[in-house]
Design a protein around this ligand. Structure first.
Ligand code: GLA
Length: 389
């Protein structure tokens, strides 16, 4: 099985030296921010609900220095093209491709009144793209953290405010109308914990998630069916949720109750809303189960969440469903898709001694069907955004 080590080697020194080779001097600092896996609570964030992500070991690392110019020069270990972003000419959409995420963060900061200096940046993105592990939030949050520090602001945004700026960049500059979960996870998660996040109250709780202590592993299985958020399905789900909330006369589906569901006459809206209402309840119950180390219940909730995404929210694909079924047939305590859907990764909570056999079974199933080989790894909850040098 192509299981990889838990801790992805961190490239801090390599990124600093690549920066020095390119720009002729050592960087002022090195910052990084992680991708995420969501344990439970899918599509609930933009409904003001509950989510429970954790940070994965894969990070985006940024080496940077301020310059005397009004330009951000950017380069990346993964991209051939370099770019120059003029800080005084930032308009949503004016920079495309990967540079758009960097430009978007600078635009968001400036639009919210934070004065930025020119800077040189060198990036190394180690969060796989299209795997549903939030490579874009990791990129945004790493750049935001670096730029905020470099700017030496007296009123520097912190914590959730940084996550909100990164989300603002993604929503308004890049044009992907996503919720706040991925950026909140990338900024706020801490090692060894899952983050229980109440999007309505903007309150968070670090829930200890001691996999080793419990003899468990979290398997992350990237089906390599690429998803795309820009694609219409995410937006369509969001609109259905808004329509259902409007029909029920509530601000968001967070306020809807199980009893309210009976008032929805449109069968599709009913299914969409039922996913959100039941999923919010599952996240709260999952937090309680984790508090008392009740892994059987936690796993049951994960699997129920998957069924709800498959049958009511209709955001899974065959490769994901088959991965989840195979994991459950081979002893997973719980399994579900993670992330926005239509591809990406499935996760499974499993006793450590079952990891090998379960991974082998998923690989064999994919091979039999002639599907691309999935990337199967175990991961431990890692730290959020940090200054690394
Ligand atoms: C994507 C979005 C998040 C969230 C998830 C689904 O990752 O970026 O805001 O909506 O999908 O839970």
């Amino acid at each position: 099985m192509n299981t990889q080590p838990d801790a992805a080697a961190e490239p801090v020194e390599a990124v600093a030296s690549a920066f020095a080779d390119l720009y002729g001097a050592a960087p002022a600092g090195v910052w990084s921010s992680p991708g995420r896996v969501n344990l439970i609570g899918e599509h609930t964030d933009y409904n003001n609900g509950f989510v429970m992500p954790l940070a994965i070991p894969d990070r985006v690392t940024v080496a940077a220095s301020r310059t005397g110019s009004r330009v951000l020069r950017i380069a990346s270990a993964q991209q051939e093209e370099k770019a120059e972003i003029e800080l005084d000419k930032l308009e949503p959409g004016s920079v495309e491709g990967w540079g758009g995420y960097v430009a978007g963060v600078a635009w968001a900061l400036q639009t919210k009144g934070y004065a930025l200096p020119g800077a040189d940046l060198y990036l190394d993105g180690r969060v796989p793209l299209g795997a549903g592990l939030s490579s874009s939030a990791a990129l945004e949050c790493a750049v935001a953290t670096a730029l905020i520090d470099l700017a030496e602001l007296s009123d520097a945004p912190q914590g959730l405010a940084v996550a909100q700026l990164a989300q603002y960049a993604e929503n308004e500059y890049v044009g992907a109308k996503t919720g706040l979960m991925d950026q909140a996870a990338s900024i706020l998660c801490t090692q060894g914990h899952a983050l229980l996040f109440d999007v309505l109250e903007l309150s968070t709780k670090q829930v200890p998630f001691d996999l080793d202590g419990a003899g468990l592993a979290l398997m992350v299985m990237d089906t390599r069916v690429a998803h795309s958020h820009a694609g219409g399905e995410y937006g369509a789900r969001r609109r259905s949720c808004e329509e259902a909330a409007a029909e029920l006369g509530v601000d968001s589906l967070r306020q809807a109750t199980f009893a309210d569901l009976d008032r929805l006459t449109d069968p599709v809206l009913l299914k969409r809303a039922r996913h959100i209402v039941t999923e919010n309840a599952r996240v709260v119950e999952a937090g309680q189960a984790m508090d008392r180390d009740d892994w059987t219940e936690f796993g049951r909730l994960m699997t129920a969440s998957h069924a709800s995404m498959r049958d009511d929210f209709e955001i899974t694909v065959e490769e994901i469903d088959v991965t989840v079924e195979t994991a459950l047939e081979h002893g997973a305590i719980g399994a579900r898709m993670t992330g926005g859907g239509f591809g990406g990764s499935a996760i499974a909570l499993v006793e450590k001694d079952k990891v090998e056999a379960l991974g082998a079974a998923v690989l064999a199933t994919f091979a039999e069907r002639g599907w691309k080989e999935p990337v199967i790894r175990t991961m431990l909850p890692s730290r959020g955004a940090s200054r690394d040098r």
